[in-house]
Ligand binder design. Structure first.
Ligand SMILES: NC(=O)c1ccc[n+]([C@@H]2O[C@H](COP(=O)([O-])OP(=O)(O)OC[C@H]3O[C@@H](n4cnc5c(N)ncnc54)[C@H](O)[C@@H]3O)[C@@H](O)[C@H]2O)c1
Length: 621
């Protein structure tokens, strides 16, 4: 059987005489003594995606939960994973790989050797007879096949990781890719006079290596672990690889399931530095326009820029808007779209929003309308944006008539929630974002228990508590969005996320949008009122409003009208609520609670009950 036939075959091929697909048989000599060199090897890797158990509650029981991909904070050691070494020729993949395998007590394999065995031909021969695309196809299948078996250390050929499908196969296998990064002088010293690979024959090694580095480094940057290698002995480098593996933690990933618009939310620390590597797999082209605001730019744009550059993503333009709600305007929309197009953005250029909800809403809307739709990525930098606005695809700007009245659903390709950036957020903004976490807690149930027990730590800036708040909020929101993307459910669905918002929007509108009352602060007061209204109407226990109010106040948030620094007219608040976007057929819509984890939407709240609540809570008549 010729190699073309063998590499071109469908992916469950039984080795001759066994009747078994290779999927069942181990591939390598080391892993399977029955392995026959030159046999077929075409089983594609299956996604080794782990699923996590997710707690559910009665209100949300009909919603599909967000799928948890590789589990949160996956430590390298107790459950060994395969290690895939990538890097330039001469970087030491084989010598380090063998030592690493010995230390980890895993088998070591060299992908090139395995490919030659599978093909029954030397690699140079495969290249010359069948060409590179054919070789890469077979290489990917062999690598995927090896990684589908028990954990091992695998050294790959220098070009393997440049193939997007091979990188995807490595990622999906759950293996950890390690880039052994060398500088040009180190590589030159290593290959000088000692390397007889065809690529160096009769060529200037410097010229060859420089060219390869430009082409390959951006793809090597997609490895999860990067270790800089010097002229030190291989044992020393191996030790440093071990150290890097020991501290490596995968960021948490959730999938928002929206069929062809599905995307991942990645939550972790230090993600900006890795932004390019994390984005590259979902980008149609390595080009981006970053939209940010002038407060966030000096703090976090350098790290994002470096992260993009490392993965070879060209920053076509950077657009800075003034911080604050006023930037959700037609004027700023025009500025963003014009700057992007003037800089040469095309339909494969991604818009990246680096900032809070204002930047996310504005940049997302710009991405939705420019050239009838550009790819979009959210890099939220406020707690509110990480737990709420970056997920779900609502984008838009404001009119004089009201907030978010012009907009579009435009789902991102990816959300990168780097919890490190929350360290620079002003405490008041952090507290305001926490109101949305408490809202998610009340919707979800178990998360509310966590809020009461641990929420104060999040508000105080504790990184682990913040990471938990972001992850669990995103888990809740992504499940809701997946079930009711466009808020079309007659009852419940995405509208439940408006808990506290009918009241909240009225207070926000009364205060104007200049920062007197932040969105989250208005939501906190709205949560207190929604719980009180639920108790008055007999839906929940009389004790719940007190718990909700006490928790929010303990977190430094206003939770009652009396906590706000100005007075309000109940009549004016009622007028605002009657004009709210959520009004259906002229009736105000509220989200009420039967208890934590049990919320429902209703249009049947008597206006007199709302009016008397507002008055009793301190609003003037
Ligand atoms: N699309 C949705 O689903 C959705 C949901 C909720 C809210 N929103 C919208 O979100 C907006 C509010 O978002 P927000 O609360 O993030 O406000 P914001 O974007 O105005 O950010 C708040 C302030 O924090 C600054 N900032 C942001 N990140 C920072 C950081 N890491 N360090 C220091 N400063 C930082 C900003 O410059 C700004 O001054 C509103 O317009 C609201 O309508 C949208």
């Amino acid at each position: 059987m010729g190699i073309l036939t063998r590499w071109g075959r469908a992916n469950t091929v039984a080795p001759p005489g066994t009747g078994r697909p290779w999927r069942e048989a181990s591939f390598s000599k080391q892993l399977n003594p029955q392995y026959t060199p030159g046999s077929d090897d075409y089983v594609q890797a299956e996604s080794a995606v782990a699923s996590a158990t997710v707690s559910r509650n009665s209100a949300l029981s009909t919603w599909p939960q967000a799928e948890a991909l590789p589990p949160e904070a996956v430590a390298f050691s107790p459950s060994p994973r395969s290690i895939v070494l990538v890097g330039m020729p001469g970087c030491g993949k084989s010598s380090i790989g063998k030592r690493l395998a010995a230390r980890l007590d895993l088998p070591f394999l060299d992908a090139d050797t395995e490919i030659e065995a599978a093909a029954g031909l030397p690699i140079t021969e495969i290249f010359s007879r069948y060409g590179e695309p054919h070789f890469r196809d077979g290489e990917r299948r062999v690598i995927a096949r090896l990684l589908a078996g028990p954990p091992l250390v695998l050294a790959t050929g220098g070009g393997a990781f440049t193939d997007a499908r091979t990188r995807a196969a490595v990622r999906e296998s759950g293996a950890l890719a390690v880039w052994l990064r060398c500088t040009l002088p180190v590589l030159l010293r290593r290959v000088a006079g000692r390397d007889h690979r065809p690529m160096f024959l009769n060529r200037d090694p410097r010229e060859v290596l420089e060219r390869l580095m430009v082409a390959r480094h951006p793809t090597f940057a997609e490895a999860q672990v990067i270790v800089d290698c010097t002229d030190e002995p291989p044992e020393t480098t191996t030790k440093r690889v071990m150290d890097a593996l020991a501290v490596h933690r995968d960021p948490a990933r959730l999938k928002v399931r929206l069929s062809e618009r599905s995307y991942d939310i990645v939550v972790g620390d230090g993600l900006l530095e890795r932004a390019g590597a994390l984005m590259a797999p979902v980008l149609p082209a390595r080009r981006a326009v970053v939209v940010t605001d002038s407060s966030v730019a000096p703090l976090h744009l350098p790290a994002l820029r470096a992260g993009l550059e490392q993965a070879g993503i060209t920053l076509v333009a950077t657009v800075e808007v003034p911080p604050g709600e006023a930037s959700k305007s037609f004027a700023q929309l025009e500025k963003v779209v014009e700057a992007a197009l003037a800089a040469g953005a095309d339909r494969r250029t991604a818009v990246v929003a680096l900032g809070g909800g204002v930047v996310g809403d504005l940049a997302g809307f710009a991405a939705a309308v420019a050239l009838r739709g550009l790819p979009f990525i959210q890099v939220p930098t406020t707690l509110l944006a990480q737990v709420d606005s970056s997920v779900g695809g609502k984008t838009g700007i404001n009119l004089g008539l009201g907030k978010n009245l012009v907009g579009a659903f435009h789902q991102p390709l990816l959300v990168l929630a780097d919890t490190t950036v929350l360290a620079t957020l002003p405490p008041r903004e952090l507290r305001a974002g926490y109101a949305e976490v408490a809202k998610h807690g009340l919707l979800q149930g178990a998360l509310w228990d966590w809020c009461e027990a641990e929420g104060a730590r999040a508000v105080a800036g504790d990184p682990a508590a913040l990471a938990h708040a972001v992850l669990e909020s995103c888990r809740l929101k992504s499940g809701v969005v997946a079930a009711d993307e466009r808020e079309e459910s007659a009852e419940g669905g995405r509208a439940l996320l408006n808990l506290g918002h009918t009241f909240g929007h009225a207070f926000e509108a009364e205060c104007g949008y200049g920062g007197t009352l932040l969105h989250g602060e208005a939501v906190a007061v709205g949560l207190g009122l929604a719980a009180s209204l639920s108790a008055r109407l007999g839906f929940c226990s009389q004790e719940l409003p007190g718990r909700v109010i006490a928790h929010l106040q303990a977190c430094g948030l206003p939770a009652r009208i009396g906590d706000l620094p100005r007075s309000f007219s109940a009549e004016r608040l009622m007028t605002r609520m009657r004009k709210d976007k959520k009004v259906r057929d002229g009736a105000m819509r509220f989200v009420l609670l039967r208890g934590p984890g049990d919320a429902f939407t209703t249009s049947e709240v008597p206006p007199a009950a709302v009016m008397s609540l507002l008055r009793d809570e301190g609003a003037a008549a």
